[in-house]
Design a protein. Structure first.
Length: 232
């Protein structure tokens, strides 16, 4: 079992581990007990009642958080011709074709999000073993394989995040920074959980959102009650 430092232990004393807090109170606590001197990321974890072994119970997608994540995303776009120009105009950090494919093949990974036009996927597909394990492979389900490259770039820059349930049915996602106002963190949380509820697989039975917790990068988790969102 991992050992935590003195600051973490002090933070833990301020949290009732047996209680599920309302969203607003939970996020206020996260901000209050964040132990690090840097501006920590605020993260949320959901445990979903899904069977990820079944193809009809996969939960994956993307959502634009109203207040972003507080992180500037470096966007790479694989496109050519007019679509490349559109991507550049929209603020993409890197735009190219075979030249960028070769650069990534050589080990360059100085980017956070990858977008590609469908006609480039033949080339981008060769990068599957590099991008896939890092969660960077473009996918139509998350809107990163599209001819609407300008819109895709603008959404990422505005605070779009991707979510995907892991093998245990858990979803982890950033919803802002400790420096954010509590109200902004709450709005980001609500946007994400409502998106997940809408994405509930028809085949999933029983309790869908089993539990949720919020935390800062270095701080302890705070349990969040989600009953108010169920049935929306």
């Amino acid at each position: 079992m991992a050992k935590h430092g003195k600051k973490y232990q002090e933070s833990l004393k301020k949290i009732d581990r047996e209680q599920s807090y309302e969203v607003e109170e939970a996020l206020r606590l996260v901000k209050e007990v964040a132990p690090a001197k840097f501006d920590e990321t605020v993260e949320v974890a959901f445990r979903l009642g899904i069977d990820t072994k079944r193809a009809d119970q996969q939960v994956r997608g993307a959502v634009v958080l109203p207040h972003g994540t507080g992180k500037t995303q470096r966007v790479l776009v694989f496109a050519k011709g007019e679509k490349a120009k559109e991507a550049e105009a929209a603020g993409a950090d890197f735009v190219g074709e075979e030249d960028l494919v070769a650069k990534v093949t050589g080990g360059w990974l100085d980017f956070d999000v990858v977008i590609a036009t469908p006609d480039m996927m033949g080339q981008v597909g060769k990068l599957g073993r590099i991008l896939g394990p890092r969660g960077l492979m473009p996918n139509p389900k998350t809107g990163t394989v599209t001819f609407e490259v300008a819109k895709a770039v603008e959404e990422v820059k505005a605070g779009k995040i991707e979510y995907r349930a892991d093998k245990s049915g858990n979803i982890h996602a950033p919803i802002g920074k400790v420096s954010f106002d509590t109200e902004k963190l709450v709005e980001n949380f609500v946007t994400l959980i409502e998106t997940l509820i809408k994405a509930k697989p028809a085949a999933a039975k029983g309790v869908y959102v089993k539990n949720a917790a919020v935390s800062s990068t270095m701080g302890p988790g705070v349990s969040v009650g989600t009953s108010r969102f169920i049935g929306r």
